[in-house]
Structures are given as structure tokens and as C-alpha cells.
Design a protein around this ligand. Structure first.
Ligand code: FAD
Length: 576
């Protein structure tokens, strides 16, 4: 059966795009699901796949060629008729000719596929595992019900940091005079700020789609449903897939959790998801939860002009950090006008008659009331253990039933099934998810790498930033080990002064006997990048004597790391 290849659909509302990678050629034999080529448009990458087995008769486009909706781009000859029942609109005058290739308007085509490795969830855990699997020569399929990139790219790390960068530019404009630049006024265009954030996200998601394509990974959009221990199904408008596999990786991530106080389920209570898609800057915002996510949003919205209040149940915000690190962030928050109530329990949220919200908090044995336009909850994330029927997979949960239980190879109680990322609830960070994916695939391929959590860096994008890794001073004290501390302030670092960023410090913790670096924290300029250096020390169990002989470029903030090493023995060069 002959079929014209017609572009009926592009991403979103796009009407034109550019041909990306052509993966086939005239005369080539094709099978159902084979990628023919991709079309890139402003909204992402669309993959054009074969609907059946057959041959490529003609290709009328080249790499990089502009194409428009409705254009005939090739001719295919299928071995048998392609069953694609048309939806009524297609018979309208504007629809392509009968017998034309159909993008997404047909009834789902039934397809059976067997792969070496199936992955559920396309976040930084799942997509990294997919790439590593393909690199190892495995036939890989990845199933994602939303957009590739998961929480991290679409609603987490990347969009928040795009906003953090916008407010960092704003900060520099506002203090431009100190650098000798007169900037008479600045106008915040929030719509453009959000649009840029979305554009960064779209570009990165498009990049992941391209990587899947480039590595020959089968990507199916839809919710994976467990049919039996080795069978999944996925159904979307195009395909009704039955997928069997040798190995499965579950990478279904997490979602925002709530504390079930009165009013928590009011329809307009925000989570990080909504905070990333507001259309207007709220005049006032109360954030319940002063952890990493809550504090990052507090600094973003305060910089944009919101009256921000943070309510934290623990005695301090960012409670897992050392007191001296918290004190720097806390002082900056105070100076910027973020109101923080610690040791405070939010007990209800109520609507006022004029559309505001009242958060009732218990603090110092009394009730207090905070009135604001918007209320957000940032009280942690819950592993997505309920999007699949784990019992029928013989996959067990951890003791607290808060995540999937895994061994150090990320293998679950079912030896053919692995779990990685937030769904394991071990450490909910993107880079942990990705590395767990690499460890899982390594084990599937017969390797013996294990996950080691002793040198996992954390990055907090408050103003100033924080980076931390390994043992904190608080933990060192709690374990009772004999430890040494080296601390160097950015106020004594040339580059920090040049940048007008002298708050904060670098701090290192070492074992007093072995002199091995056990951990460290950086609070201040470039903290989230500088922490990589200390991560290397900790991961490779370097002694302070070995570290002291590494040379750092001048003038850089990294010199503060060197100085903090020297400070352990009170031999700092630029600080006494
Ligand atoms: P996810 O990224 O959550 O991906 C899981 C995917 O699985 C989702 O896309 C979901 O749609 C899909 N899925 C679930 N069930 C099914 C199913 N049955 N079928 C098909 N698909 C399914 N981490 C950092 O390291 N640095 C940061 O700066 C940072 N900032 C953050 C800021 C915010 C506001 C938030 C919310 C999180 C942030 N994180 C950050 C955490 C980070 O986003 C997560 O740790 C990371 O995304 C976890 O990756 P994952 O692959 O395990 O899961």
C-alpha cells in the first residue's frame, strides 16, 4: 500500500518547522515504529515514525529544510494496509488526501515490543539510565506520561534557577551605582521573565528528546500500566503498546506533599508547581515550610517585590545545615525583608471575605495570624509509589513505606526490577537520581558499582547560595569524632570583593587523626559551583596535606577553598 508522508501536525500551534535528523534513506526497508526523521519547531522536536513495515520510496526533504503543515515530504510503500481510522474533522476540505500518512489523528495502532530495558519515568533518573543503557548496547524503551525531563527540567531545578538568574540580574541592576553605573530605573516584566524560563525549559526538553532519538531509544508518551510481572502497557492517541522486557527500571519520581491542616485543600493553595507558573507577582505570599524549596522561592519572590513570610516548624530554616551557615542566609533574608517565623506550627488556612488568606500559626504557646494574598506549601515531596501496581511486580517498599526499597545496586526485591531517583526517597536530588540510574544500568550489564552517599553535594540557590557535601560540623559533633575545622571568609578573597559579594565563607571539616577531609560547606558567591572541589576531596578521601598542594588560579573565589584548607592548621595566607 502506497502512502504519502504528509505533515499534518507540528508541536503545539506551530505551523512550520525545520527537518532535524533524517534517519532513513530512499530504498531502505523500514519496520513499524522506526524513526524516519525529526522536525524541530519552536516548541520542541517531533519524531516522525513508520506506521508499518515497508520501504521508503521517496524523500522530498533534506536536513535543515524548512517545512510547513500540510506539506508532502515523502512517499512510503507499506507491505500491508495501515489501519488508521480517521476522525471526522479529517474529511474536511483542509485535510490531506485520503491515504496520506497520519500524524496523531488515527486510532491507536496496536504494537508489541520486546526490549532489553524498559524505563518508566523520563526525569533525570530515567532519561540518564536510558542513555547509559543505549550506550551499553541495550535495546531501550522509555515511557513518560508528561514531558521528558521530569520534575527537574519542567517544574523543579531548571525553571527555579532560571528565575533565580533573573532576580540575580535584577539585584545587580539595582546596585549598579556601586559599580559606577547609573541605571535610572528598572521595570520588572514578569511575563517576559516567565516566558524566558519556559523557553529555557523547552530548549532543554527538546535536547533530551533529541538525545533519545540519537541513541535509538524508543520513547513512548503515556502512563505505563503494569499488566503482569514482565509486561507493561501504554496507550496514547497513536499507539496501543504492549511492552515486554528483560529488565525494568522504575523512575517515577515524586510529587509535592501537603500537611493536612484545616484548609490545606483549598483550591488555590500553591505548591512549587504553581509558584513557577503565576501570571502576576503576588503582593504578599506566605510559604509554609522553610526548607530548600521554600527558601529558594522566598528569595525569588521577595526580590520581585512580594511581602514574603516563611513559617518553619523546626527551630531554624534550612535545618540540616550548620548553624553558622544558616546564620549567613538568615541574616541576608532579614536584611531583604523576608519575615521568618521558626519553631512555628501552621495550624489552619482560611479565606477572608476579600479573597485573601489567613494562616494561623502556633508559636511561643500562642496563636498568631498571617494575612497574605497567596499561600504556598513547601513541606517536602512524596515518592510516586502509587502510579504503578508495585505488588504485582513483587516490588517492596522501604520500612517506613515512603519509597521503593533498593540495595546498593538500586535493585528492588524483584531482581529484574530496579528503582532510582525520588521514588526511592533516599536523597531527592536530580544528580542523585541520575547517578543511581548509571549504577542500575551498570549492574544490569554485569558491573559491580554501588551507590555511595557519603559525597553527595547539595546546592541551595538562596541569596547567598549554599553548597554542602559530606559530614557537617553538626554531624561531626553528634558522632563524637575528633575533628578539625578550617574556615575562610569571602571578605578576605579578592575576587569576592571585586564582585561586591563579601558575605559568607568556605568551611572544611577533617578527621583530626587521619587528616582526611570529611565534608565542607560554602555559603556565599559561587557556592554551588565551588562545592564541586570539596566533593572531589571527600569522594577521593584526600588528606588536608594533599589538598594543600593543589594550586588555584588567581583571582578566583576558588582560592578560598585553598585558604580554608590552610586555616585548619592556622596557616591561612590572607586571614589571621
Ligand atoms: P522526576 O524528575 O520526578 O521524574 C519522574 C517522571 O516519571 C515524571 O516526569 C512523571 O511524569 C513520570 N511518571 C510517573 N509515573 C509514571 C507512569 N506510571 N508512567 C509514565 N510516567 C510516569 N534537585 C536538584 O538536584 N537541584 C535543584 O536545584 C533542585 N531544585 C528543585 C526545585 C523544585 C521546585 C523541585 C520541586 C525539585 C527540585 N529538585 C532539585 C529535585 C529534583 O527535581 C528531583 O530530585 C528530580 O527531578 C528527581 O528525578 P527523578 O527522575 O527521580 O523523578
Amino acid at each position: 500500500m502506497k502512502k504519502e508522508l504528509v505533515i499534518e501536525k507540528l508541536n503545539g500551534h506551530d505551523t512550520s518547522g525545520v527537518v532535524g535528523k533524517i534517519s532513513t534513506q530512499v530504498g531502505q526497508r523500514i519496520s513499524t515504529g522506526d524513526t524516519l526523521f525529526t522536525i524541530e519547531s519552536g516548541k520542541g522536536v517531533l519524531t516522525v515514525k513508520a506506521e508499518g513495515d515497508g520501504n521508503v520510496v521517496a524523500l522530498l526533504v533534506e536536513d535543515g529544510q524548512k517545512v510547513t503543515k500540510g506539506q508532502i515530504v515523502g512517499h512510503l510503500e507499506y507491505d500491508s494496509e495501515i489501519v488508521s481510522e480517521r476522525v471526522p474533522q479529517q474529511t474536511k476540505a483542509t485535510s490531506p488526501k485520503a491515504g496520506a500518512y497520519n500524524f496523531g489523528l488515527s486510532k491507536p495502532t496496536k504494537r508489541k515490543l520486546h526490549v532489553d530495558l524498559a524505563i518508566i519515568g523520563g526525569g533525570p533518573g530515567g532519561y540518564v539510565a536510558a542513555i547509559r543503557g543505549a550506550q551499553a548496547g541495550l535495546k531501550v524503551a522509555i515511557i513518560e506520561e508528561n514531558r521528558l525531563g521530569g520534575t527537574c527540567l519542567n517544574h523543579g531545578c531548571i525553571p527555579t534557577k532560571a528565575l533565580v538568574n533573573s532576580v540575580s540580574v535584577l539585584k545587580n541592576i539595582r546596585r549598579a551605582a556601586m559599580f559606577g553605573l547609573e541605571v535610572p530605573s528598572v521595570h520588572i516584566n514578569f511575563t517576559q521573565m516567565m516566558a524566558r524560563k519556559n523557553q529555557v525549559v523547552d530548549q532543554l526538553v527538546g535536547g533530551i528528546e533529541y538525545l533519545m532519538e540519537n541513541h535509538g531509544i524508543e520513547h513512548f508518551k503515556g502512563r505505563a500500566k503494569v499488566e503482569s510481572e514482565n509486561h507493561l502497557s501504554v496507550e496514547n492517541k497513536q499507539i496501543d503498546l504492549t511492552l515486554s522486557y528483560e529488565k525494568l527500571i522504575i523512575a517515577t519520581g515524586s510529587k509535592a506533599s501537603f500537611i493536612p491542616i484545616e484548609g490545606y485543600d483549598l483550591p488555590d493553595i500553591l505548591t512549587s508547581l504553581e509558584l513557577l507558573s503565576l501570571e502576576e507577582i503576588p503582593k504578599s505570599l506566605t510559604i509554609i515550610g522553610g526548607g530548600v524549596i521554600g527558601m529558594e522561592f522566598a528569595f525569588i519572590y521577595r526580590a520581585l517585590g512580594s511581602e514574603v513570610t516563611v513559617v518553619e516548624y523546626m527551630p531554624q530554616v534550612l535545618a540540616l545545615l550548620d548553624d553558622d551557615v544558616i546564620a549567613v542566609v538568615r541574616a541576608s533574608a532579614d536584611e531583604k525583608g523576608i519575615r521568618i517565623f521558626e519553631d512555628a506550627r501552621a495550624s489552619s488556612i482560611k479565606n477572608t471575605l476579600n479573597g485573601q488568606k489567613i494562616v494561623e500559626i502556633q508559636m511561643d504557646g500562642k496563636m498568631h495570624y498571617i494575612c497574605s494574598d497567596k499561600v504556598a506549601m513547601a513541606v517536602g515531596r512524596k515518592a510516586n509509589i502509587d502510579t504503578l501496581n508495585l505488588e504485582s511486580l513483587d516490588v517492596e517498599l522501604n520500612d517506613k513505606r515512603t519509597g521503593i526499597a533498593v540495595n546498593t545496586h538500586m535493585q528492588t526485591s524483584n531482581p529484574n526490577i530496579y528503582a532510582i531517583g525520588d521514588v526511592t526517597n533516599i536523597i531527592q536530588l536530580a544528580h542523585v537520581a541520575s547517578h543511581q540510574g548509571i549504577v542500575a544500568v551498570d549492574h544490569i550489564g554485569g558491573g559491580s558499582h554501588t551507590m555511595n552517599y557519603s559525597a553527595i553535594p547539595g546546592a541551595i540557590f538562596t541569596d547567598p547560595e549554599v553548597g554542602c557535601v559530606g559530614l557537617s560540623e553538626r554531624e561531626a559533633k553528634a558522632t563524637g569524632i575528633d575533628y578539625l575545622v578550617g574556615k575562610f571568609p569571602f571578605a578576605a578573597n579578592g575576587k569576592a570583593l571585586v564582585m561586591g559579594e563579601q558575605e559568607g565563607f568556605v568551611k572544611l571539616i577533617a578527621d583530626a587523626t587521619s587528616r582526611v577531609v570529611l565534608g565542607g560547606a560554602v555559603v556565599g558567591i559561587h557556592a554551588t559551583d565551588l562545592i564541586a572541589i570539596i566533593t572531589n576531596f571527600v569522594a577521593h578521601k584526600k588528606t588536608i596535606d594533599e589538598c594543600a598542594h593543589v594550586v588555584y588560579a588567581h583571582p578566583t573565589t576558588a582560592e578560598s577553598i585553598h585558604e580554608s584548607i590552610l586555616m585548619i592548621d592556622d596557616r591561612g595566607i590572607h586571614f589571621a
